[in-house]
Design a protein around this ligand. Structure first.
Ligand code: HGY
Ligand code: MN
Ligand code: MN
Length: 440
């Protein structure tokens, strides 16, 4: 029976003796400290902090590498074994350094890289709540049957290619593509990693031995409005969307913006604009109700006001929890691009950039999360994640799941992304209870 969350400084998760234990009804209390978690979240937020609030901390950038060094210091100060793998993933563990099939760990974690002008919780919450749980375990002298570890995965936001660090860890990197992986602004991954002291070609060495992870659970903000609008404090993720990104390039012809008759223009941008609007309608109509799409990057060339755009380049992404629906949408959008190009007398090229498969979360992990909620007296609900996460890679090699807490106004990937501090404490408490159950 858990103690109801108190307004006091510490939270208690009561672990009870396994059923059937005679006589001694052993109880142990492990306390996480919301104040310490808050202090670390506020400290991490200072790396890449923006004047008006929020952070810009892309992976491999100087603020990210400073944050990595800070995190390693915090892990070691918490008496955890800490190390960095060849893909730049940071680990802290209660057991000996390194992972091996001979001593599988229960793993938690998330990421410390952010989108440009992002919030202070996306990713950071999962890493620092994981650290808080491991530190609370050490302070309580608790030694679950399996050791625990926390990870900070590289480039979750995919500036150079989605979910890079957890792909490397789970053997899902497309090794041949590493030399050409680049950000939308053209910066190559190999150069960014080299500046941070990493050799990108060694990233595949980060692959974990089979059986090294007994289970994975990640705490994350929902980044959407559902939990808050339903008034439910904890989300138990049952599936995670797949995300496909493609570069769509329409090539027309540069011409004088004043002297060229309107009916003779081959305008690359107008073709791209028509495509973006019609692709949105297509995904809404044919996406089964849970698919979404976005065009967040547009480059127009030559990009001056008195030249008819010769070329327009879009990065078009689409998401769905259903793999077949996602594949169907990608095919339909590609043929739409060709139809638009033909009608407007321009060329078009569709270059796939990245694709993550939808993932189902493990019933065992979902049950452990729901049991931790019940122990803490918290309501929960199952929902799919409309954001991509490292957990979808971990799901390929172990039982994986995610815990969501509500986002204020459903806001995320913007500087005013935030959750209530009480919700953050509740999420960390449920994470602790879940980790204990999985490590028992
Ligand atoms: O974009 C996403 O779905 C995640 O926030 N990286
Ligand atoms: Mn995230
Ligand atoms: Mn994100």
């Amino acid at each position: 029976m858990g103690i109801a969350p108190k307004a006091t400084e510490r939270w208690f998760i009561l672990g009870t003796a396994p059923p059937g234990s005679q006589g001694l009804y052993c109880r142990f209390v492990i306390a996480i400290s919301p104040a310490r978690l808050r202090a670390r979240l506020e400290a991490l937020a200072r790396f890449g902090a923006l004047p008006g609030g929020g952070v810009t901390r892309p992976c491999w950038s100087p603020p990210h590498e400073a944050a990595r060094a800070w995190l390693l210091g915090e892990l070691r100060a918490a008496s955890l074994q800490a190390w960095v793998d060849p893909a730049g993933n940071v680990f802290g563990a209660t057991g000996p350094p390194g992972l091996g099939a001979d001593r599988p760990v229960v793993l938690t974690g998330s990421h410390i890289d952010t989108v440009p002008e992002g919030g202070i919780l996306d990713g950071a919450l999962g890493v620092l709540a994981g650290l808080e749980c491991l530190e609370a375990l050490r302070e309580a002298g608790a030694a679950p049957r399996l050791p625990l570890a926390v990870a900070a995965w590289s480039d979750e936001e995919g500036r150079y290619g989605s979910l890079f660090g957890s792909r490397a860890f789970t053997g899902r990197l497309d090794v041949e593509r590493i030399p050409e992986m680049a950000a939308a602004d053209g910066e190559r991954l190999v150069d960014a990693m080299a500046r941070a002291g990493f050799d990108a070609r060694r990233a595949p060495e980060a692959r974990a031995p089979a059986g090294a992870v007994a289970a994975y659970v990640e705490l994350h903000i929902e980044q959407g409005p559902r939990l808050e609008e339903a008034g439910i404090p904890i989300g138990v993720v049952d599936s995670i969307v797949g995300v496909r990104r493609a570069r769509v390039v329409f090539t027309g012809q540069a011409d004088h913006a004043g002297t060229t008759p309107m009916d003779r223009r081959r305008d690359g941008f107008l073709a791209a604009a028509e495509y973006a609007l019609r692709a949105r309608d297509l995904v809404v109509r044919r996406g089964g109700g849970r698919s979404v799409t976005n065009v967040g990057v547009v480059h127009v060339h030559p990009g001056v006001s008195n030249i008819v755009p010769a070329r327009a380049e879009l990065v078009h992404e689409m998401r769905s929890p259903d793999a077949d629906v996602l594949a169907g949408l990608a095919a339909r959008c590609e043929s739409l691009a060709r139809r638009v190009a033909r009608r407007r007398g321009v060329g078009v090229e569709v270059q796939p950039m990245s694709a993550t498969a939808p993932a189902a979360c493990a019933p065992r992990v979902m049950a452990a999360i729901e049991a931790a909620c019940a122990t803490a007296g918290l309501a929960s609900t199952r929902l799919h994640s409309a954001a991509g996460h490292d957990a979808q890679n971990l799901a390929a090699v172990t039982d994986a799941g995610m815990i969501f807490i509500p986002s204020r106004g459903g806001r995320s990937h913007r500087v005013d992304e935030m959750s209530d501090w009480e919700a953050i404490g509740r999420g960390a408490g449920v994470l602790l209870g879940t980790l204990l159950a999985l490590a028992r």
